[in-house]
Design a binder for this molecule. Structure first.
Ligand code: ZN
Ligand code: ZN
Ligand code: ZN
Length: 256
């Protein structure tokens, strides 16, 4: 049974319009990237996140290798970055005794007998992180900061589900469960998976199609790169009409 309903017709129509507008549109800044872990961040020679280290907008489970207890969290950042912040907190608590969150408090318990300083690498080997849910970055961004933030809501639902199935294995504290949304929506780059015309001026010799499926560079100027490559392939100089217009002006013959 579903309890989800739109409160009014306006919202229902808006929801329908939004879903049509974002169809085939994907976020470039929150796109899933391939694992790029180096030898120092790998655990036993392989990615500690099973190759999913650079996925964002996720609800994750961090399992304690020593006792099997779990921490459920959510992040809009890359999973690897969020985990590193957690491990940093564990090291800070173990090495300096500074107060920290429930994640660090739990993982520090197993380090009580230590005499040497805890390193990030050692802390990482004690945590098994996996993704439980991944949201659509565009719709997640839209709900950030609101009561129905989809990332926060999904995390709560999963914590409830886990604590019902296995009581006493959840590390999360109540204050985190009831806390307000701290996600920040920000502008991010989009790309579509369909092609559409972008240049249609009187000077254009023919319509130029922007092909999103062509191989592209991954730097910030990739749109320009693609267009330049396409102009070159079609032997078009995009600035040609400018020089054509300028020349007759410069060659004006003035009768004296
Ligand atoms: Zn990785
Ligand atoms: Zn533990
Ligand atoms: Zn949130």
């Amino acid at each position: 049974m579903s309890y989800h309903r739109f409160p009014n017709l306006g919202q229902a129509l808006q929801g329908d319009l939004t879903s049509k507008l974002i169809k085939n549109v994907r976020s470039e800044d929150y796109a899933d990237l391939e694992c790029n872990c180096n030898s120092t961040s790998k655990v036993n020679g392989s990615c500690a996140f099973g190759g999913e280290c650079r996925k964002s907008m996720v609800v994750y489970k961090a399992e304690c290798v020593d006792c099997g207890m779990c921490y459920l969290g959510n992040t809009q950042q890359k999973l690897k970055m969020r985990t590193r912040q957690h491990l940093g907190e564990v090291c800070k608590l173990v090495n300096t005794g500074k107060a920290s969150d429930s994640f660090a408090k739990h993982f520090a318990i197993h380090q009580k007998q230590r005499t040497s300083k805890l390193t990030i690498g050692e802390a990482r080997a004690k945590v098994k992180v996996s993704i439980l849910w991944q949201g659509n970055p565009i719709s997640c961004n839209k709900s950030f900061g609101k009561l129905n933030c989809s990332l926060c809501m999904k995390e709560r639902v999963l914590i409830l589900k886990h604590s019902r199935e296995n009581p006493n294995v959840i590390i999360n504290s109540n204050s985190e469960f009831y806390g307000a949304c701290r996600h920040k929506s920000r502008f991010h780059r989009y790309a579509t998976t369909t092609s559409f015309p972008v240049l249609m001026t009187d000077e254009s010799p023919e319509r130029v199609e922007y092909n999103h499926n062509s191989p592209r560079n991954t730097d910030t100027n990739n749109r320009t790169y693609v267009l330049e490559e396409q102009f070159a392939a079609m032997e078009i100089n995009p600035l040609a009409h400018i020089s054509e217009q300028r020349e007759p002006h410069e060659n004006i013959q003035v009768d004296v």
